[in-house]
Design a protein around this ligand. Structure first.
Ligand code: FES
Ligand code: FE2
Length: 400
């Protein structure tokens, strides 16, 4: 069977330069990224199993926005701005929890129902004209796909529905029955000292695996390949090397992992990564499914966020394999952090002349192309003045 989902021919002659170096260190550009890429594109908030019961909630504070995802008494998962309509306080403070029957604002005590409607203000007689129907929590676009909760901070955007966006990967991803999974260790976050695009650039190509990731190379280096971003989705696929196991974690992983009979043949010894523009990956392995994503904190700092989900009825062997694959991933991630730091800091140097990308890094190029489409100033080799960035970008956008 052809392990490719979509056969993609890499053009013979393509521009091998990456995005201009200035774009990794420009504050004005970062604001354009928030505006045209982060607020109006789908973002993974978590999984329905993170909030299994009525009143369970999770929050996500990113790019200056605050999301609150809460499960209602009717079982429906809804998304809101985590922002009280009185004076803007957070309605819930923690990243995850249960709020029983209502959301009570910690500032002055306004009370919201789990469906976001305002139940009432504290000391209501002090608001003689308050129309409660006008002051519900502000809803966010929300869509659940295979158990994963996607939100969008701005209503509407350049992407279609999540179901439409992810249709190319749906038949393959469906084998993992992710909607029935449960959390492994909860949602994690971590900061890393580089521009978010440097994190994504490293993750968008497997050219560096042989050199930089000894465990991954041992596990699947011989078969790994990347399919670039097309309509916002990429895919990377690898099956275990026949003689995997020089490294302790890999040897034990391959030995302990039970035959995953729930999966079709071509996925039984495979790790697959699906990139979702602009900043997220869903990845599957026989024992687990995970997401990870990046959000800019500033031009030089990024928040990494993700979670791993497991089968509800997993065996002890599956659990051990899941733990070992987590260890392999954890080592891989710290290797990537170092590489992204070195690549990112070079862009402040006068000597930096841009990337020169291999055919094996075509995925980096196609991700950059998606960014350029939303933010055309990224096509300028020389940095515009910071104060001119917005107007220049607007002008280029309107020219199409
Ligand atoms: S800000 Fe929420 S009750 Fe005042
Ligand atoms: Fe890597």
């Amino acid at each position: 069977m052809n392990p490719h989902l979509r056969d993609v021919a890499i053009p013979n002659d393509w521009d091998r330069r990456g995005l201009p170096g200035w774009s990794y260190h420009s504050t004005a550009l970062l604001e354009l990224e928030k505006e045209h890429v982060f607020r109006n594109h789908w973002q993974i908030a978590g999984h329905v199993c993170d909030i299994p019961n009525a009143g369970d909630y999770l929050t996500m504070d990113v790019i200056g926005e605050r999301a609150l995802i809460v499960r209602g008494k009717d079982g429906v998962v809804r998304g809101f701005n985590n922002m009280c309509r009185h004076r803007g306080s957070r309605v819930v403070a923690d990243s995850q929890g249960n709020c029983k029957n209502a959301l009570v604002c910690p500032f002055h005590g306004w009370v919201y129902n789990l469906d976001g409607t305002l139940r009432g203000a504290a000391r209501p007689r002090s608001f003689p004209d308050l129309d409660k129907t006008e002051f519900g929590l502000m809803p966010l676009d929300l869509e659940v796909w295979m158990g994963f909760i996607f939100i969008r901070f701005r209503n509407g955007g350049p992407q279609p529905s999540v179901a439409e966006l992810l249709k190319p990967i749906e038949p393959e991803f469906a084998h993992y029955k992710a909607a029935d999974m449960v959390p492994s260790w909860g949602i994690w976050t971590q900061k890393t000292p580089v521009n978010w695009k440097s994190v994504r650039d490293v993750d968008n190509e497997g050219y560096h695996v042989a050199m930089a990731h000894p465990a991954l190379q041992d596990l699947y280096g011989a078969t790994y390949f990347d399919e670039p971003f097309i309509n916002g989705v990429s895919r990377s696929f690898a099956t275990y090397n026949p003689h995997a196991g020089r490294r302790w974690s890999v040897k034990n992983y391959v030995k302990i992992a039970p035959e995953p009979t729930h999966l079709p043949d071509h996925l039984r010894k495979a790790w697959v990564y699906y990139g979702i523009f602009p900043n997220a990956v869903l990845s599957v392995m026989p024992e687990s499914v995970q997401f990870y994503q990046e959000f800019p904190l500033s031009t030089g700092e990024t928040l990494l966020r993700g979670a791993i989900y497991r089968y509800r009825d997993e065996s002890r062997e599956q659990a051990a394999a899941r733990y070992l694959s987590f260890r392999i991933d954890r080592d891989t991630m710290s290797e990537d952090v170092q590489l992204s730091v070195w690549s990112n800091e070079s862009m402040l140097s006068e000597a930096f002349e841009g990337f020169y990308l291999s055919d094996l890094e075509y995925g980096v190029r196609t991700h950059h192309d998606h960014l350029r489409k939303q933010i055309p100033v990224l096509g300028l080799e020389t940095a515009p003045e910071e104060k001119d960035m917005w107007n220049l970008n607007d002008a280029l956008r309107s020219r199409g």
